[in-house]
Design a protein around this ligand. Sequence first.
Ligand code: NAD
Ligand code: MG
Ligand code: MG
Ligand code: MG
Ligand code: ZN
Length: 420
Amino acid sequence: MTDSCLFLDAAARGDLVQVSSLLALGPSLLNRTGHSGWTALMLAARNGHYEVAEALLSHGCDKFSVNNSSQSAYDVAAFWGHRHVSDLLGRTGGGPPGFDLHPPESYFGRETLNRLSAKRTDRVWLEVKQSDPDTVYLLFSNLSPMVSGPKEDGSTKLCRFRYEAVKDLLQKLATVLVFLGVERRKKPSSSSDAAELLKRCGEKNCCFPKTPNRDLLRFSEDEAGVVAQARSVLAWHSRYSFCPTCGGSTALEEGGYKRSCLNPGCRSLKGVHNTCYPRVDPVVIMLVIHPDGNQCLLGRKKMFPVGMFSCLAGFIEPGETVEEAVRREVEEESGVKVGPVRYVSCQPWPMPSNLMIGCLAVAVSTAIKVDDDEIEEARWFPRQQVIDSFRGTRVTFTVPPRQTIAHQLIRHWIAVNSNL
Ligand SMILES: NC(=O)c1ccc[n+]([C@@H]2O[C@H](COP(=O)([O-])OP(=O)(O)OC[C@H]3O[C@@H](n4cnc5c(N)ncnc54)[C@H](O)[C@@H]3O)[C@@H](O)[C@H]2O)c1
Ligand SMILES: [Mg+2]
Ligand SMILES: [Mg+2]
Ligand SMILES: [Mg+2]
Ligand SMILES: [Zn+2]
């Protein structure tokens, strides 16, 4: 083996002693490249060898150089999930311009409220807060929030009300009241603010939108998180009005976060039962990457807008891990077999109450056979074709809207510049 090969091999194995001694003899080895343009730093990054990466950096190696697939060492570490190494290397801008490496905070995922869950059992506190002139109320009808807009740019805003405006509504038997929390950043409140809110009660432009899938994507990030929380809890109330254990009537408790059975003999009253609390359904959503690293698998359901392709997704079944659910759903829906699975980020999806668990998954087979019941078509899309779709140049298909985790996962893959 040449010194160059020995050096690259030692870096890939994480052999700090050999890396250091070879460097002492031949400092020019530092930025030497081997197969496919990989440097020692990239190989150390690939296998998560922190100390070797640190030593190479301290000798002044070029951390910005890229291999034949345009990956920097940072891209390699980030793709393989070696967070400690990618943090060490810092952001290098390895992905194409316009593609951020870190997946952005998810739409529906921002927590602007402190839920103060401990206060849910404090009836006196809740009652005082109910009539507090500073308390803000949001109204929902058939799980749609009352909004003003849409404005010219298509965005909408939640209509906010004060106690005076809603106190009659609160008396109605059918009204479900949920305590969402207190604002983390207290906005400077002024009397004119309160007057403004009251005035909006009769605002002409307010309405309850009818198409949740589209209309719920029109909020600011701050409001989307509140809408997701409220809508999922209300959806649970609307579907679980009777006790799932005995079919008896139930009463709202704990600021709208619990329904207790009114039948004194019911088993659900003994011990803690998840049937009494709002439910969340975990769903895996995954971008499957071709074994060649340069294509991804996207599919379309019949109901999708014409030309749109998205990540495959499916409900996690009882007794299943995230990884197993990813493998099962991908094989069911596309016939493709999946090996390694890595979690990327998640998104609450309030239609009605899913938690989308976003993963990258590496395929170990490539033949596609779709499940016709669910998927109309699934295809391998080359990286460049996906980039073109995002950029709006030579568009051959459309990606889902930016508010969806599907969109963010695909973007993330482009940014990490994967080439296995
Ligand atoms: N945010 C996003 O980017 C995004 C993208 C894709 C899908 N989604 C959401 O993910 C959800 C699941 O995806 P899918 O439809 O492909 O799942 P899926 O592939 O598991 O198929 C859905 C079918 O599974 C059955 N099912 C099993 N458990 C269920 C449960 N708890 N609730 C409802 N149906 C259940 C039903 O027969 C249903 O028709 C969808 O409801 C969709 O709203 C979100
Ligand atoms: Mg599915
Ligand atoms: Mg399923
Ligand atoms: Mg499925
Ligand atoms: Zn019961």
